[in-house]
Design a protein around this ligand. Structure first.
Ligand code: UDP
Length: 354
């Protein structure tokens, strides 16, 4: 197939501005490329991409979108002047005839609303749960008109939306060759993700404080005020800020951890970092909430505790540290390989869609 993918309009790829969508997009490109499809991508100017991953690339300039998850639920749809989002979809409209299908990776109102007006089938992989009324409405309306065109990562995420049919669930895929197994960790806990309130770093900081080990933190400081406020809640040295790293360096450092703590406050759609940790042999201690609760096999790749219960999380650490790290990686590989993801993607995109 000839597939036109449209990236997130949060900013250039490679800087972390798009959160987990950036890695998801790379996984989709690698998975579909390996199956021999012709791939074209529309992304923001300044994006960094591995050579040879796409056959055709349009890099558009423009002002990025504001993130939906940091607005009020009743906020209207906002499109700034000189909009990157508008440029993306103008490009997609103009180029659609040369493609069999289009795939949208952005969590935005405009492409969903445009679905009936494209000649070619336009598919959407929804990357977050419910964070705003306008998005809830357009996701539900699009899934009602075209039940096959809207897919989600996990059941917990999809349950946020009113859908006419059982949801299409794709999970996600990871290139396990990129993640090295680390048998021997340090006395170190880890946490990774965008540093923003919905990700709940403050709870992980408290668990680290109770346990007495430092907490290495990887990710983009999306909200500097929030990052400073979390730092102020624990003694100096509890948090080790490691910055936002490229995947190869990120996985090398992540493998040092005895455990990854995952403490989201929202209905996390998937949780890429959960699988990335497992891929290095690092078991994950997470709240029983959202995607991570579906990704972790309790006792094999991690442990789940009641949401927002810091004491329960600290108390569960001894059990977590007994998990066989090799078995943890193997379980994740069995469930989230790139090959299996490619099959799920093909089944979705290649079906008769009307
Ligand atoms: N990440 C990274 N380098 C880092 C820390 C994080 O590339 O130093 C990436 C990680 O690979 C993951 C993303 O940041 O893909 C976070 O995605 P996740 O699904 O965990 O949460 P989201 O940001 O989408 O809410």
């Amino acid at each position: 197939m000839k597939i036109l993918l449209v990236s997130t309009p949060m900013g250039p790829l490679g800087m972390g501005l798009g959160g987990g969508v950036e890695l998801t997009l790379m996984a989709i490109l690698s998975a579909l490329k390996a199956r021999g499809h012709y791939l074209a991508l529309v992304a923001a100017v300044g994006s960094e991409l591995e050579a040879g991953l796409v056959d055709q690339l349009w890099l558009e300039p423009g002002v990025p979108q504001a993130s939906w998850q940091h607005q009020k639920r009743e906020s209207p749809v906002q499109i700034p002047a000189d909009s990157l989002l508008a440029r993306f979809w103008q490009r997609a409209l103009g180029e659609q005839e040369a493609f069999d299908v289009l795939l949208n990776l952005g969590y935005d109102w405009l492409p969903l609303w445009l679905t009936p007006y494209f000649h070619k089938p336009l598919f959407h992989l929804i990357s977050m749960g419910s964070v705003g009324e306008a998005m809830d409405q357009v996701i539900s309306a699009t899934a009602t008109l075209y039940p096959q065109r809207v897919a989600f990562h996990t059941a917990a995420q999809a349950a946020d939306f009113q859908l006419p049919n059982p949801p299409l669930l794709l999970a996600n895929g990871f290139d396990f060759n990129q993640y090295q197994y680390r048998a021997h960790p340090q006395q170190l806990l880890g946490w990774a993700g965008r540093i923003a309130p919905e990700k709940g770093l403050e709870d992980a900081a408290q668990v680290a404080l109770r346990w007495g080990w430092p907490l290495a933190v990887w990710g983009l400081k999306e909200d500097l005020q929030y990052a400073a406020a979390v730092e102020a809640t624990v003694p100096k040295g509890t948090l080790q800020w490691r910055g936002f790293l490229a995947t190869n360096q990120f996985q090398a450092e992540l493998g040092e951890c005895a455990a990854l703590l995952n403490t989201p406050k929202w209905n996390e759609a998937f949780g890429n970092v959960v699988v990335e940790a497992m891929a290095c042999g690092v078991p994950v201690l997470a709240y029983r909430r959202g995607g991570p609760a579906e990704l972790i096999d309790p006792g094999v790749s991690g442990v789940l505790v009641d949401p927002d219960n810091i004491a329960a999380m600290a108390a569960a650490l001894p059990q977590l540290l007994c998990i066989d790290r090799y078995g943890c990686r193997e379980k994740a590989k069995e469930r989230f390989s790139l090959e299996a993801f490619a099959s799920r993607l093909e089944n979705w995109l290649m079906q008769p869609t009307q």
